[in-house]
Design a protein around this ligand. Structure first.
Ligand code: C5J
Length: 230
């Protein structure tokens, strides 16, 4: 599995991908109660949040493997200041929701920082020292210090997990790709409320020779990370 000094590879589509564990990070996007649990923003938008729950166990496994292999781990959360001054009016209006962003819901104020719904689900709780990027938009690079953190740690490759595939995962992968990062999206660690968006979202990443990056699985990634540090 070793390609050259400190370079490893694992099976992916459209072709196998090489990575250096020292310049690789696991990026876990928005695995928040607001998207995965009943009563949060995802459900208030009319979605069946149970569709995302299959991502939890594979995410838990790759998170454990990354920690064991001493790979950098970064979490993100989508949400807003309690005064909502960082939320565009268009976002607040969108969906014409009866209970929308900033309103009181079953898990506190919807998509607001510091509220229970904004928390990362307990199964994937960040460990001490793992940065949590609070982002006001869908893309994790928009109005955050993610790029700076990655640059300061010489990270070039991102193993990407989280929700939802076609929204925050896709937007982040596109932003990362334009900034020169290599993205490997793990198909069983990303989820959508729409099965067809899940399929097409993953196809779009790996099409045209990997126009946005690679698609692999948690099994392949766990095996590769484990081997890289053995
Ligand atoms: C959405 C996200 N779907 N994290 N956010 O609004 O994908």
């Amino acid at each position: 599995m070793k390609a050259s000094a400190n370079e490893f590879s694992f099976a992916a589509e459209p072709y196998s991908v090489q990575f250096d564990p020292d310049s690789t990070a696991l990026l876990i996007i928005d695995m928040q109660r607001d998207f995965l649990e009943p009563g949060g923003f995802g459900e208030l938008l009319g979605n069946d949040v149970s569709l995302l729950r299959s991502t939890i166990e594979p995410c838990r496994k790759i998170l454990a493997a990354a920690r064991d292999a001493d790979i950098a781990v970064i979490h993100t959360r989508e949400g807003h200041r309690p005064d909502l001054m960082d939320a565009p009016a268009s976002k607040l209006r969108r969906g014409k929701l009866e209970t929308g962003i900033g309103d009181a819901g079953p898990m506190g104020r919807v998509l607001v920082r510091g509220e229970p719904g904004h928390d990362i689900i307990p199964e994937l709780a960040p460990a001490e020292g793992e940065p949590v990027i609070d982002k006001p938009g869908k893309g994790a690079f928009y109005e955050t210090d993610l790029d700076l953190i990655l640059q300061n740690r010489n990270i070039r490759t991102l193993i990407v997990c989280g929700v939802t595939t076609e929204v925050c995962v896709h937007t982040t992968v596109r932003q990362a790709n334009d900034r020169g990062y290599e993205c490997i999206v793990l198909s069983d660690c990303v989820g959508s409320y729409f099965p067809e968006f899940q399929r097409v979202g993953l196809d779009m990443i790996k099409a045209q020779g990997g126009i946005f990056g690679w698609v692999s699985t948690s099994k392949e990634a766990v095996a590769a990370l484990t081997k890289s540090r053995s």
